[in-house]
Design a protein around this ligand. Sequence first.
Ligand SMILES: CC(=O)N[C@H]1[C@@H](OP(=O)(O)OP(=O)(O)OC[C@H]2O[C@@H](n3ccc(=O)[nH]c3=O)[C@H](O)[C@@H]2O)O[C@H](CO)[C@@H](O)[C@@H]1O
Length: 367
Amino acid sequence: MNQPNKFIISGGGTGGHIFPAIAIANALKAKVENAEFLFIGAEGRMEMEKVPAAGYKIIGLPIRGFDRKNMLRNVKTLMLLAKSMYKAKKIVKDFAPNAVIGVGGYASGPTLKVASQLGIPVIVQEQNSFAGVTNKLLSDKAACFCVAYEGMERFFPKEKIILTGNPIRQDLQLDPKRKEEAYKFFNLDPAKKTLLVIGGSLGARTLNQSLLGHLETLAQSGIQVIWQAGKIYIENLRKESASSITKDIILTDFVARMDYAYAIADLVISRAGASSISELCLLGKPSILVPSPNVAEDHQTHNAMALVHKDAAVMIKDVDAKEQLVPAALKLIEDNLQLSQLATNCLKLAEKDSAARIADEILKRAK
Ligand SMILES: CC(=O)N[C@H]1[C@@H](OP(=O)(O)OP(=O)(O)OC[C@H]2O[C@@H](n3ccc(=O)[nH]c3=O)[C@H](O)[C@@H]2O)O[C@H](CO)[C@@H](O)[C@@H]1O
């Protein structure tokens, strides 16, 4: 019997949906000879850039989110939704995949809906402890839901849930050679401690303001910092921080080589997005988590608390960050005992081989 080898993967919007999608494709590629992939994303969103950079083809739908405040704008949004459904149907029919995988985000709604209408098996991967709107709407259509947290039967039928963990990019694995390369890559000093600051895939205003307010202290602390500010914040931040940025502070909009950044990080300050948390656990990185208050049902606090309860991370609330974050980080990064306890405890929470396990579930259900 021929092995299923054609897959559509749909979703995106932020790195938290896109990178798991790429990890799933890579895992399928490792298992399936002559595998063919097509990604379906939303026009103008991050996936249209990141997916081709990972070597996969993507087509964009003209879809966008509903605006709760501006009803007039939603008339246009409805028209775009109809257009997206039509376009998705044509793409799915033409490509004729053996399975369609949804990772959350606007584009996965129409794609998964038309796939299920066409009788193609649909598999959903939900990264968070709280299900996204699109994924919830698919609860009766999908063949299974690969999830990362317990208790997801609040959102999906119990018999369809499989606890796989979040698929993490394989290229993040640490090795000593990579560490050496990483110091060179960032032009940083192996003799100094390194603090990595990551505001999720888009950057985080609160983290930026917290660092900006303590820049002098940071510059004089003797540690070095990789500071990911986010595409929308970087320009202003460069202006505001110019006089205090030393060669020990690397300010960037986005870290393309997260493998290098993690490799040399003694401590990570991070938002509590699902993939960020899974990566910190898999790599055993001590962290201070500052959950975003701007996400559905405060799910980042739930994500963070799963670690805090096991003494596997420190949490600082968004409202306290400006005052407490930098002093807490400077204290923790010098406390080798606490750093190593946090590292050991978060390693215990890692779900290994998630991408390969999800690929197996997809292959079991593909037509
Ligand atoms: C504000 C918002 O809506 N956040 C959501 C979004 O987060 P967000 O898109 O920030 O996603 P995650 O924290 O889950 O993942 C971020 C990913 O981007 C990568 N990365 C990040 C920064 C960088 O400079 N370079 C880089 O490669 C990280 O290594 C990681 O793989 O999706 C997540 C998964 O559904 C949710 O849990 C978050 O609540």
